[in-house]
Design a binder for this molecule. Structure first.
Ligand SMILES: *[C@@H]1O[C@H](CO)[C@@H](O)[C@H](O)[C@H]1NC(C)=O
Ligand SMILES: *[C@@H]1O[C@H](CO)[C@@H](O)[C@H](O)[C@H]1NC(C)=O
Ligand SMILES: *[C@@H]1O[C@H](CO)[C@@H](O)[C@H](O)[C@H]1NC(C)=O
Length: 198
C-alpha cells in the first residue's frame, strides 16, 4: 500500500504526458498519403486493350514410367486399402505439345500437382500453371484449379487467372483422354482451353 502511494506522483506525471501526446498527435484518418485504398486507373495505363476470347488446343503428357518421369508421387495415399488412392499427391512438370506425339512441337509445360481428393470415385484436385514457352506467349501463364473425374469423357475445369498476356484471364478447360496406359499410368490428354483475356 505504502509502495503504491510512493509512486502516485509519478503516475500523475505520466498521465499528464500521455494526455498531452494524445492531444498533439494528428488523427490517422486525416493522413491521406498513408490511407490504404484502391484508386481507379484507366486500363490503357497498364497496356490492356479490348477483352477477347481465345481458344487453344494442346496435348498434356503425364509420364510416370521410365527414367525421366514428368509426374512424381510426393505424398502416398492415406491408406493402402483405398480404391481411389485417396490422399495421393503427384507433382507434375508435364510437357504440352501441339500434337499427340510427344516429339511434336512443345508449347509449354503444366507445372503443379494433382491430388486424389475423392473417396467414392476417382476425382482429382488439379492445381497447375500452364507455363507457355512458344512465340509471343513465352513467359505467360494460365492457372487451372478444378476437379478432374478422370473416367468422365470430357472433364471441365476452371481457368482462374493468368499472367503476362493472360492478365485478368478467366475461362475453362476441357480435358479429353487421348491415350492412357493402364499398366504404367502414362497418359496423353487433349486440352481445349477457352479463355477471356485482354
Ligand atoms: C502401404 O504399403 C506400403 C508397402 O507395403 C507400406 O510401406 C506402407 O506403410 C503402407 N501404408 C499404410 C498407410 O498402410
Ligand atoms: C512421332 O513422331 C516421330 C518423329 O517425329 C515419328 O518417328 C513417330 O512415328 C511418331 N509417332 C506417332 C505415333 O505418330
Ligand atoms: C522464351 O523466353 C526465354 C527467356 O526469356 C528464352 O530464353 C527462350 O529462348 C524463349 N523461347 C522461345 C521459344 O522464344
Amino acid at each position: 500500500m505504502a509502495g503504491i502511494l510512493l509512486h502516485l506522483p509519478n503516475l500523475i506525471t505520466i498521465s499528464i504526458i500521455l494526455i498531452f501526446l494524445a492531444a498533439t498527435t494528428p488523427s490517422i484518418g486525416a493522413d491521406h498519403h498513408h490511407e490504404f485504398e484502391g484508386k481507379p486507373i484507366n486500363r490503357k495505363l497498364i497496356g490492356l486493350k479490348k477483352e477477347k476470347l481465345s481458344h487453344f488446343r494442346f496435348y498434356w503428357h503425364d509420364i510416370l514410367s521410365g527414367n525421366n518421369p514428368t509426374a512424381v508421387q510426393v505424398v502416398p495415399p492415406a491408406s493402402n486399402t483405398s480404391a481411389t488412392a485417396f490422399g495421393l499427391i503427384n507433382m507434375i512438370d508435364d510437357p504440352l505439345t501441339l500434337a499427340p506425339n510427344l516429339t511434336s512441337k512443345m508449347v509449354g509445360r503444366a507445372q503443379g500437382f494433382y491430388a486424389s481428393a475423392s473417396q467414392q470415385d476417382l476425382g482429382l484436385l488439379m492445381v497447375m500453371n500452364f507455363a507457355f514457352s512458344e512465340g509471343k506467349y513465352n513467359g505467360s501463364t494460365l492457372t487451372v484449379l478444378g476437379r478432374n473425374s478422370v473416367f468422365t469423357p470430357v472433364r471441365e475445369m476452371p481457368v482462374i487467372g493468368g499472367s503476362g498476356l493472360f492478365r485478368f484471364a478467366r475461362g475453362y478447360v476441357q480435358a479429353k483422354t487421348h491415350t492412357v496406359d493402364l499398366t504404367t499410368g502414362d497418359a496423353c490428354i487433349e486440352y481445349n482451353v477457352y479463355v477471356m483475356h485482354y
